[in-house]
Design a protein around this ligand. Structure first.
Ligand SMILES: Cc1cc2nc3c(=O)[nH]c(=O)nc-3n(C[C@H](O)[C@H](O)[C@H](O)COP(=O)(O)OP(=O)(O)OC[C@H]3O[C@@H](n4cnc5c(N)ncnc54)[C@H](O)[C@@H]3O)c2cc1C
Length: 414
């Protein structure tokens, strides 16, 4: 049932008791044309575009928990495309373009809010690095502007310019950047994909792979074996665990990355602010909570909690940069596991096993890419070759040395 004014009015007359389930709770079938492992935003988007644009018939998304229970439902929702390298700018800006009309595409309000993303510079080194990003983006035709400290303060009034530890020496501003509602992205893609016939199987963990003569033949799951000749691994945080089932070793380290939210407040923070020096980024949600992202733990782990000192340092620094928030109480904290590659760029493309595709290694910044990643990964699977925008992100770049170094583009040093 479409979300239209007419349907809303009809349902309102019935006390909103007649809305159908947003997506079918599917039982896994014995075989599929394509199986996507991982029911996060990227996996669900891939399934949606495979069904919608490429008319692939029998598709399943297998999710070990519930959809969005991975990093999609745990991130701080920042969307931007102000990266350094041409390959990344092309990928992330393609996604940013798709964000503009995603609510209409899915008939689901993903609450995309392009309120501007401000990246602060606190040292001379950071000024140089961020100006380099501004120039690279503008050369590629992507908006990014350099602001003086006063201009940064005018754009983000709660910002203090006179912090002794973290003086603001300038900032890079991408006005088209902003936030979107992460759960709505997962739910919107799930609903749209399910309407097109995709089976979304929650509580279905992949435990093994059947591979013969270098070809994928099927998957072992906690809900039985599934035959398929085409599998997309889209399991951020557990990419290397799944790849190991196929005998592949990925250049990935997995770390907990933390976030926390405050008590709700009246609207007081009009933009998104990020700082690499303090390893923190914040915005205000539509509910009024400050949404704060902190850094990664310093050691690999699969514990979805994170160390206390990481958030303590982030909150302390935020108190210095935004003194008005010093007495705000924090409500809750959590972590997600992020798969980090040596050059901080994702790995997307085919693997040495025929029919087995990989989409992972997004590290601390894959939410912003969700629609672009899904659309281009679906294109690649449907055509049997990587989409030209994705081609540079192939696994073999670590053998050829054509790395895409984006360490400075993340607000999180890792
Ligand atoms: C605290 C935090 C803040 C972040 N902030 C931002 C941000 O502001 N902006 C940004 O762009 N990015 C951000 N990120 C990164 C972003 O969240 C991820 O890159 C992105 O959501 C990855 O999406 P996904 O669909 O690939 O993965 P996920 O949403 O993690 O989905 C993968 C799914 O695979 C499932 N899975 C794993 N193993 C199996 C198995 N064996 N069988 C079946 N299913 C399995 C998992 O349960 C999971 O649901 C943040 C991440 C964290 C943790």
């Amino acid at each position: 049932m479409r979300f239209s004014l007419v349907n809303f009015w009809r349902q309102a007359r019935r006390g909103h008791t007649g809305w159908p389930e947003q997506w079918r709770k599917a039982e896994p079938a014995r075989s599929y044309d394509v199986v996507i492992v991982g029911g996060g935003g990227h996996g669900l988007a891939t399934a949606y575009y495979l069904a919608k644009r490429h008319r692939v018939g029998r598709i399943a998304v297998l999710e070990k928990g519930w959809i969005g229970s991975g990093n999609t439902g745990r991130n701080t929702t920042i969307c931007r495309s102000n990266y350094l390298r041409p390959e990344s700018i092309a990928l992330y800006d393609h996604a940013l373009e798709l964000w503009q009309s995603l609510s209409e595409e899915l008939d689901y309000n993903v609450m995309f809010s392009p309120r501007g993303v401000l990246v602060l510079a606190h040292t001379r080194h950071e000024v140089e690095v961020l100006k380099r990003h501004v120039h690279a983006d503008r050369l590629a035709g992507v908006d990014n502007a350099w602001l003086t400290p006063r201009e940064a303060k005018a754009f983000c009034p709660p910002l203090a310019l006179d912090s002794l530890r973290f003086p603001v020496l300038g900032a890079a501003l991408q006005r088209r950047g902003g936030t979107a509602r992460h759960d709505a992205v997962a739910w919107g893609y799930a609903r749209a994909a399910s309407t097109l016939g995709v089976d979304i199987c929650e509580g279905c963990e992949v435990t093994g792979m059947r591979i013969e003569a270098g070809r994928i033949l099927g998957l072992e799951t906690t809900r039985g074996a599934i035959a398929t000749g085409c599998v997309g691994l889209v399991a951020a945080g557990h990419g290397s665990v799944l790849a190991a089932m196929a005998g592949l070793q990925l250049p990935i380290e997995s770390y907990p990355l933390q976030a926390l939210v405050s008590e709700p407040m009246k609207p007081c923070f009009p933009c998104v602010a990020m700082s690499g020096t303090i390893h923190a980024y914040l915005s205000q949600s539509d509910k009024g909570e400050l949404v704060i992202g902190a850094g990664t733990d310093q050691y690999p782990s699969y514990g979805q909690r994170g160390s206390t000192w990481v958030i303590e340092e982030a909150v302390e620094a935020i108190g210095e940069l935004f003194p008005a928030f010093r007495r705000v109480r924090m409500l809750r904290q959590w972590a997600g596991i992020v798969d980090v590659t040596p050059d901080r760029s994702p790995i997307i493309g085919p693997t040495a096993i025929e029919g087995l595709w990989l989409n992972g290694g997004w590290g601390t910044g894959g939410f912003k890419a969700t629609p672009g990643s899904g659309e281009l990964f679906a294109w690649s699977i449907a055509h049997g070759r990587p989409h030209p925008i994705l081609a540079p992100f192939a696994l073999d770049r670590f053998a050829t040395g054509r790395s895409i170094d984006e360490a400075a583009a993340a607000a999180v040093a890792h």
